[in-house]
Design a binder for this molecule. Structure first.
Ligand code: SAM
Length: 236
């Protein structure tokens, strides 16, 4: 296997699965270190936008260790968390406590639920990892009920050229260094920039959501666009 975790096309899923199996144990710690804890605030914003009503059905795709699934469950949703990585799901299940969450192993590109099943569909840092981000968005829309909300948190691309190059330098240098120091794996964290370069980011995702179509499409930027939430609603 080559030493990059990015692969186009059919090899994508196997490479991404291998990556998360290697870092699952340290994933949460490194998220806190690399974002200075800010990812928690951005995830709270996702949960705010999801506008959970009591008993709402929520699907958190690419749920990983369960941060978003837990946030939605705390607000009263009945949550399904889906991920294809058994080691990431094992961490999520350990964190679950007694909350109303079902964690299942599956592929976000072939969601094992019928059309119009969920009031809320979220995805945190998953879209950039899919073999086809467009197919991922179509699946999210398919399983949302009419009036359902799609909320996607992902790395972004700052519009300002100077800020973008500084940010990319950070992703190229200090992020892999932290990965090496705390997880013994620089390559897994170098993958963030590699995958971001192949991902069109928040503005193109918003244009695609409008075309699907979704209503009330919004982009919420953080840190000058270094992080972003894409939001849209399935028409009633
Ligand atoms: C960066 S982690 C994000 C975890 C969590 N959502 C968060 O915000 O911290 C990306 C997750 O996406 C999962 N993933 C990537 N491609 C997937 C796919 N096609 N189907 C299901 N899960 C996938 C990985 O296994 C990994 O757990």
């Amino acid at each position: 296997m080559s030493n990059t975790f990015y692969a186009p096309g059919e090899q994508r899923a196997a490479k991404v699965n291998d990556l998360f199996a290697r870092i699952a144990r340290r994933y949460d710690l490194i998220n806190d270190l690399q974002s200075f804890g800010l990812h928690r605030r951005w995830k709270r914003r996702v949960a705010d936008l999801a506008a959970v009503t009591p008993g709402a059905r929520a699907l958190d795709l690419c749920c990983g260790t369960g941060d978003l699934a837990l946030a939605l469950a705390r607000r009263g949703a009945r949550v399904t968390g889906l991920d294809f990585s058994a080691p990431m799901l094992a961490v999520a299940r350990r964190r679950q406590g007694g909350r109303d969450i079902e964690f299942i192993q599956g592929d976000a590109l072939q969601i094992p639920f019928p059309d119009a099943s969920f009031d809320i569909v979220t995805m945190g840092y998953g879209l950039r990892n899919l073999a086809s981000w467009e197919a991922g968005l179509a699946e999210m829309r398919r399983v949302a009920k009419p009036g359902g909300r799609l909320v996607i948190l992902e790395f972004g691309k700052p519009a300002n050229a100077l800020w973008r190059s500084l940010y990319f330098a950070h992703l190229r240098c200090s992020v892999p260094l932290t990965g090496w120091l705390f997880c013994g794996n620089a390559q897994a964290y170098a993958y963030i920039l590699e995958s971001l370069k192949h991902y069109p980011a928040q503005l193109a995702v918003a244009a695609h959501l409008r075309a699907l179509p979704l209503a009330n499409v919004r982009v919420i930027n953080f840190l000058g666009g270094a992080m972003a939430i894409n939001y849209g609603e399935k028409a009633v």
